[in-house]
Structures are given as structure tokens and as C-alpha cells.
Ligand binder design. Sequence first.
Ligand code: SF4
Ligand code: SF4
Ligand code: SF4
Length: 387
Amino acid sequence: MKQDPICKKKVEEDTSFQQEYDGKTYYFCSSECLKTFNEMKKSVIRLKRSLDEKKRVSFGKLNKDVIKPGICTLCGACAASCESIAIKGKRPRIVGPCTSCGVCYNQCPRTITTEEELVGKLRFAYSAKSLLPRHNGQDGGAVTALLAYGLEEGLIDCAVVTTHSKDQPWKPVAIIAEDRAQVLESSGSMYSHSMTMEQLMQAIQQGMRSIAFVGPSCNIDAVHKMQRSPYGFLHLFMRANVLRLGLFCMDTFSYEGIKEFVETHGMRLADIDAMKIRKGKFEFEQAGQISRFSLSEFDEYRSSSCKFCTDMAAENSDISFGGVGTPDGYTTVFARSSIGYEIFNEAVENGFLEARALEDYEMDRVLNLARMKKVQMYGVNRRSKKT
Ligand code: SF4
Ligand code: SF4
Ligand code: SF4
């Protein structure tokens, strides 16, 4: 006996309702099921043709990204779109040849297949660089240049930024910057949390009404919530325009943890000139020498919330900035809102920044990192089940 692939009824092998497709014979209980199959077949062929090369992945990828991590909802969309998949033993399984056409992966509600799902909505993506005579910002210094433009043109009253503590080396401290010198001081990355929201509230209480706020995705989310929630402070009481400038972020670590690590390895935070996370390594630069350590060595110091965070690209910001994607010395910039797009382009036209369109291969690098961030939580869940 054979099974009708449409209604799943058992049918005799000598039925007159038969159809060859992709080197295999299919058997049907009726002309209706045969007709449905032929219509579906045409749609699948059309779909397979329209999927571009990059999206043609095998069932193995669906298994790796969705089924194995335990996030399959058993919706059956994969099995419904391919004869070679069947739901057996409470999971989709491959039961026939896989041609790596990618159709099943692109039906599954748990896969991430579009740019917007990875990095959020954006108007335009750039590679940019500061044209300010002095900037010590990591990568292209685009945030610093944009803030300098905003302050000098009177578009913003101040900027809430993070700078180095005067007493504790490499301890991040949030400040309200009101001129270019203060903004320049704040450039360069640090990898611990700072209390930016307190400074935003203070700036508003001091009467600032147009404020640029710089922070990683989670801080941008806080501002966004306060602006958009019906009970949000910025929505209800504190009428101020806040321009959200988000920083790409993969992780942060406790300040005490970084300090302990550095000292255990014979260094002092006071002697470190620069810190950078690059290609899975934490780099510490000291008198021209760079010491590199695997990021996994910092696992115990990683902020617990970062393990559950899925937003690498600060999706709720007006403009997002990051070091990944573009070459060293440049910043990847995503202009998202209309105000963000306008201010960024004005800063370019007025000679504070140079910018070009982000190339596709550069965007792919950003998307790869964003994908890692989106799916890391599944790995965390799996690890925590094992322990
Ligand atoms: S042949 Fe079937 S199992 Fe293989 S990728 Fe295509 S839809 Fe998925
Ligand atoms: S489409 Fe995705 S979620 Fe639905 S059954 Fe298949 S693997 Fe599971
Ligand atoms: S990884 Fe996420 S939660 Fe952690 S600091 Fe960055 S944006 Fe915030």
C-alpha cells in the first residue's frame, strides 16, 4: 500500500491516479488529490526557482537551527511543503531525498530569513568616518562627529554619553556633554554597563529639551519604552525630544570582573591604553603591545541579561552605529528614522563626516553577527537544560 501525499489515505499501488515528480512516483486516492498535487507542484517549482542561491539550504540547517535546539512548534509547515519530510515521533524527520532547495527553511516560523528580522527596519546603511581633526573614537568615530555637529548647529542642547571615570581607570561613567571637547572625551569603547538613564533624567530636569542619547540596545529600549508606553515618563510628564543613537552590542562584563582578570594576568587597568573585542578575542593594548584573550575566558564576568539579549543592532534607535561590517577606521551606520536620516546626512553635507553606501558583503558581516545574537538564547536554554 502507498500513501496519498495530500489526504494521507492508504491507496493501492495499481491506482490509475499516479504522478511522476522529481524521479519519484506518487499515488493518489482520487482525481481531486492528484489535481491538488499538480497545482502544489507548480507552486513549489516556482518557489524553488525564485529562491536565490544563498537561501538554498538543506533540511540539515532546519534541523540544526530549529529542531535540535528544541524550538520547533510542530506546526508542520516544513512537512506540508516537502514530500521528503514527515512528522514522526513528535519531530520533523527527513524521510526521502533532500535536494537542498531551501523551501522548508523558508516556511518555518522559527527561522530568521530576512534582513529586517536580523537588524530591524532601516532606511539606509553607510560606512562612515569622522572628519574631525581629533578623534580617538574606536572605529570611525562617527558618533562623536555626529554629536559635535548636533551641538555646534544647535540641533541638540546636550548629549548623554559614557566616558571614563576620573578615579577608577576604565570604569564607565555617564555624563551630560554640552560641547565638542566633552563629546571627544567620551569616544572609545568600554565593555561595562553605565547608568545612562539617570543622566537623561537629570538633563531633562535641568531644562534641556533636545537631547541626544547614546547607549547600547538595552538602554535605547529603555528610552523608547519611556517615550512610547502610555505610562512612560517621557510620554506623560517630561516633554523632551530625545534622539536615540544606538551602539551595536554583543556583550558587557562586570567592571570588577574585567579588573580582576587584567590583574590576574599581570596588568593594571591604569596602564591599558585601549580595549577592543574583535573576532572572538578581548584585546588589551598597553604601550603598543596587544594582549589577546579568548572571550570564553570572560564568561563568568558576562552580565547575565546579555545572555538573553537578542538585539545586536539597537533596532529601536534613530541611528545605529557599530564597528562590524566596514574596514578598520570606519563605522557602520544604519539610519533608521526620518530624523536620524536627515541629521546624519546633514552632518555629512557639512563636512563633519564622510560616508558611502555599505557594500553587500559588508552588510553580510553585520547580518552574520546579528544572527549569532538572535539565536544565542537557544544555546543558553540548551546548556541550562543540561546542567
Ligand atoms: S528538498 Fe525538502 S527537505 Fe530538502 S531543503 Fe528542500 S524542502 Fe527541505
Ligand atoms: S516548520 Fe519549523 S516549527 Fe514548523 S514543524 Fe517544521 S521545523 Fe517545526
Ligand atoms: S548585550 Fe544586550 S543586554 Fe547586554 S549590554 Fe548589550 S544591549 Fe544590553
